[in-house]
Structures are given as C-alpha cells and as structure tokens.
Design a protein around this ligand. Sequence first.
Ligand SMILES: NC(=O)c1ccc[n+]([C@@H]2O[C@H](COP(=O)([O-])OP(=O)(O)OC[C@H]3O[C@@H](n4cnc5c(N)ncnc54)[C@H](O)[C@@H]3O)[C@@H](O)[C@H]2O)c1
Length: 392
Amino acid sequence: MKNEVMTLGVIGLGRAFTLMLPTFVNHPKLQLVAASDPRQDAVNRFSTEFNAKGYSTAEQLCADPNVQAVYIASPHQFHVEHVKLAASHGKHILVEKPMALTVAACRDMIAAAQAAGVHLLVGHSHSYDLPYLRTREMILTGQFGRVRMINAVNFTDFLYRPRRPEELDTRAGGGVVFSQAAHQVDVVRLLAVSRACSIRAFTGNWDSKRSTEGAYSAQMSFADGTFASLIYSGYGHFDTDEFNGWWGELGQLRDSNEYGRARATLKKAHSPAEEAEMKNRRAFGPMGTDSFRLSPNISHNHFGLIVVSCEHADLRPMPQGVVIYGDEERRIETLAPPSVPRAEVVDELYNAVVHGKPPLHSGEWGLATLEACLAILQSAESGQNVPLEYQI
Ligand SMILES: NC(=O)c1ccc[n+]([C@@H]2O[C@H](COP(=O)([O-])OP(=O)(O)OC[C@H]3O[C@@H](n4cnc5c(N)ncnc54)[C@H](O)[C@@H]3O)[C@@H](O)[C@H]2O)c1
C-alpha cells in the first residue's frame, strides 16, 4: 500500500454506500479495506469484490488496526453510537447526513471526537458539490458585491422512493426535513457566508399513506442581513431537474419521459416489509449494484435550482458550471466534468486525516445544519420564528 493512500472502513453497506462507491473505488488516494453490516450476504460480497475484510458488527470494524478512517452510513438513529465507537478506537470519521436526530447527540459526537483527537466530518452532503464550492470561492473574492438573497428550490420524487418504516416516521428521523433539508440548508449556509440567525417555516404532510413531511418552505435570516428561501417538495410531480437540463442530482443524464416512475414502481410493494425489501434491492448486496463502474457521461452532483443574488450579479451554480448574470453581461464559468464523482468529499477527509487541515464540514458544521433542520420542524409546529444558537 502506498504511504499517501488513506484506508477506509465502512459501517453500513446500504443505499448511501452505493452512492459513494464510485467515489471510493475510483479516488486515487483512498483504499477500501473493511466493512461491517448485519446483512452477511452484503458483507460477503464486499469482501470478495474488494479483497477486503468483512465484519458483522461495527465494533469489530472499529477495532481493525488497518482502518484509518470510518465512513458511517448506517441509518440516522445509529450515527451517534457509531461515531462514539469509532472515536473510542481512534478512527477519523465521516458520518452521513443528517449528523444525528438531536442537538444533544451532535454535541456528544463532537465531544467524543475531540477527546479522541480525531477528525469528524459530516457528509456526503450536496454542499461538497464542486459548483457550490466554486460559487462560494467566487463570492469570497468580493467581485460581485455582498450576498443579499438566496433562493433554493428542489422538487423531487423523494417520498415515493422505497423506504424503511422509520423513514416515514418524523419522530424516528423520517421525512424530507431530516433527510433533504440536511442538504439544502448545508448548501444555503455555505453560500450565505454569514452566520444564520433564525428560521420561520411551514411543512407539508399531504399523503396519509406516507404520513411524514413531504414538503417545506423555510425563510432563513443571516447576521449580515442576507435572507434565504428554501423550498422542497418530494411529492413526485414537478421535477426541478428540468431546470438543470435533465441532469440528475447524482450527475446522471435523465430521461424526461420517465414521468411518474417512482410512484409506479412503489405500487408493486404491498406492505411495509415488501417496501423495505424493495429498498434493500437498491443497497449493496448479493444481487447488488455495479454502480461503482463509472459512466462515461457524468456531470457534477447538484441539489435543484439555486440562485445567489449578490449586489452586482445573480450566481447560478449548475451541473456544468456557474452562470453569472452580471450588471452588464451574462456568462458561464464552465467546470470540467468530474473524473471521480463526489471526489471533494474524499479530498476534504484526506486533507484532514493526512495533512491535518481542519475540514469545512466539521462536527460543528453538521450540528449547525441539524439545528436549522430541527428549527424548520419546530417553527412549522409553533407558528413562530425560531432563533438559532449553534451556528458558525
Ligand atoms: N448523502 C447522500 O446522498 C445519502 C443518500 C442516501 C442516504 N444517506 C444517509 O445514509 C444513511 C443510511 O441511509 P440509507 O438510505 O443508505 O439506508 P439503508 O437502509 O439503505 O442502509 C443502511 C445500511 O446500514 C445497515 N445497518 C443497520 N444497522 C447497522 C448497524 N448497527 N451496524 C452496521 N450497519 C447497520 C443496514 O443493513 C443497511 O445495509 C442515512 O443517514 C441517510 O440519511 C445519504
């Protein structure tokens, strides 16, 4: 093994893992060396496919001395336990979004990482996507004046993708606020370049068969006077990929004629157990996915329509670059297509683990985003503006 390669162990070989697989397999500075999952068939396939260690418990994985960093992609409710476990074994950590279900759990995770002297990063979230990082760099040059307003709009079929029962129960971390606002709030916070102060929000729960939040509309205010509007619908009707030339969230080119596919597919599941089984077929397993083989035609990941209004330009990050609508001209700053999708996630983790560079998406960053997501739920419930305490 080359010195500069970081070794990674995985906790949870489900859907999120399959989405990160193309990154893990193709990133030159990372080697997958171990994984754990209660699904033994998935572990067996992982070991064979990647010539790596397979474990049935997270504890065994964290005790493996060959693992430098752990990617935690277990369901939300296990994040706190798995982060503490990994930290207690001295492993650096990348934990999936949402970081946890409560502010207290996030604080415990941060304290555990600090006590162990390890880096804790939260991601993947779409705020790692290159078009958003590049837009932030452009904003920080000051050439467009200060950010004044951000509009973020995303319409998807999120609620009709196959789910485990707890993913449709808000009290257990279900619904679009925990799973999708975690992306959108992250992107908006990244681009606002100021500390968030408060949130006023409304949520929609419109399908009694899937009784959790499927939509929200939130207004966020920031310390420097910036205000942002965050709108999300996962009800599978209008689709904002239309605004991105039908490039999908994962950088794949979509067929615009496949209208209503998520709902139609879901009809084939006749019980929560059948639906969970349907979800499992999208996870890594014996019949698993070949998603780690790179498609030749990919763009950057994205999270719907985002427009950042600065004093002298509107900036619109898109899958192929950033469109600048300036005072006198409109132009696009093109970004080369990614050679490795979501490479920025591994880059940030690697730079923290190998070079000691403090990560942007730290535990404190993840806590701030989770606090804002919880504030969306709280504001919708109370009808009040909710002040934010843990913003950075
Ligand atoms: N960033 C993204 O694009 C993205 C996409 C999907 C999911 N996620 C996040 O990833 C996490 C997992 O979601 P998912 O959709 O992959 O769920 P999933 O059900 O598909 O996968 C979870 C996996 O964890 C395993 N697991 C359960 N208990 C475990 C334990 N105690 N130890 C080890 N493994 C365990 C399950 O067997 C399963 O393989 C969630 O927090 C979700 O928000 C992120």
